[in-house]
Write a protein that binds this ligand. Structure first.
Ligand code: ATP
Ligand code: MG
Length: 273
């Protein structure tokens, strides 16, 4: 009987609206993450990316709409800002036990999984940016999450570091089966490492599957050509009405990394929303 049921999302937002300080920061967000998926949220500063993650985690309340998740869902969360004093003499091993104690073996296995076994006894303050982010990931993995939620996990990494980190995330997904919902500003690397991308600007501008293509003029124009010669493109669906004023500014000329194909797609296909 269960085989006949459609796959249930791990987590979903249903017409979610969030107000912070009396201002509507998220408007009518409906999205979901299914088992094993890698979903990336892109959007300019202040577009509500972190707020959406927090709302999904139940850390900020919904004004309207709702968040639902699979029963007993285990989530590993890497916040955008971590309130740890990097000057504290705290080893990576100790850090992994905060706030939930893990055994020595568990900690070492987690560090090994993310490729930084050698940093166990080094102070967090002495780690490189890439090592630091890997330790954060290791800690998030300790709860054996079915869903990893990461807010800008590649902050502070250079481009090769970012690319390596996204490869690691894919590896972790393959090994553990965990789904991943992350926020990124790194359009190029994200495009190849995500199953689905959601472009957020207070509301969902567009979402879809990234596809590697050899020629995409609009994409080239906006984002340039990747160093590997690999180009990526959104195949997205427009499901909202641009004529209706939500107060979020629906101007597609806004200067953030809006997927180029959104424009051509919108021209080619009048959207249904
Ligand atoms: N506690 C708060 N009270 C009032 N407004 C808030 C609060 N927290 C966030 N905001 C506002 O909500 C909006 C969305 O913030 P959010 O942190 O979700 O953006 P973001 O997309 O994650 O940005 P960034 O790319 O800079 O991380 C911003 O305008 C922010 O100033
Ligand atoms: Mg943020």
């Amino acid at each position: 009987m269960t085989a006949a049921l459609p796959p249930q999302p791990l987590i979903a937002a249903n017409h979610l609206c969030v107000k912070l300080g009396g201002v509507e920061v998220l408007h009518d967000i409906s999205m979901s993450v299914h088992p094993g998926e890698i979903v990336t949220i892109l959007g300019p500063n202040g577009s509500g990316k972190s707020t959406l993650l927090k709302a999904l985690l139940g850390l900020v309340p919904a004004e309207h709409g709702a968040v639902s998740h699979a029963e007993g869902l285990r989530i590993g969360y890497v916040p955008q800002k971590l309130m740890i004093d990097r000057t504290m003499p705290l080893t990576a091993r100790r850090f992994l036990s905060l706030p939930n104690r893990c055994s020595r073996a568990e900690g070492e296995a987690a560090l090994a999984r993310v490729g930084v076994a050698e940093v166990a006894d080094r102070p967090m303050s002495g780690l490189s940016g890439g090592q630091f982010q890997r330790v954060l990931l290791a800690r998030a993995l300790l709860s054996r999450p079915q869903l990893l939620i990461m807010d800008e996990p590649t902050q502070g990494l250079d481009q090769p570091g970012e690319a390596a980190f996204y490869r690691l995330i894919e590896e972790v997904r393959t090994q553990t089966g965990a789904a991943v919902l992350m926020v990124s500003h790194d359009l190029h690397v994200v495009m190849s490492a995500s199953d689905r991308v959601i472009c957020l600007n207070g509301h969902i501008c567009c979402e879809g599957t990234p596809r590697v293509v050899s020629s995409a003029p609009e994409y080239r124009a906006l984002f340039g050509v990747g160093t590997q010669g690999a180009l990526a493109l959104y195949q997205h669906v427009h499901d909202h009405d641009h004529d209706h004023d939500h107060g979020h500014g629906h101007d597609h000329a806004h200067p953030h990394h809006h997927p180029a194909s959104a424009h051509s797609h919108a021209k080619d296909h009048p959207h249904a929303g």
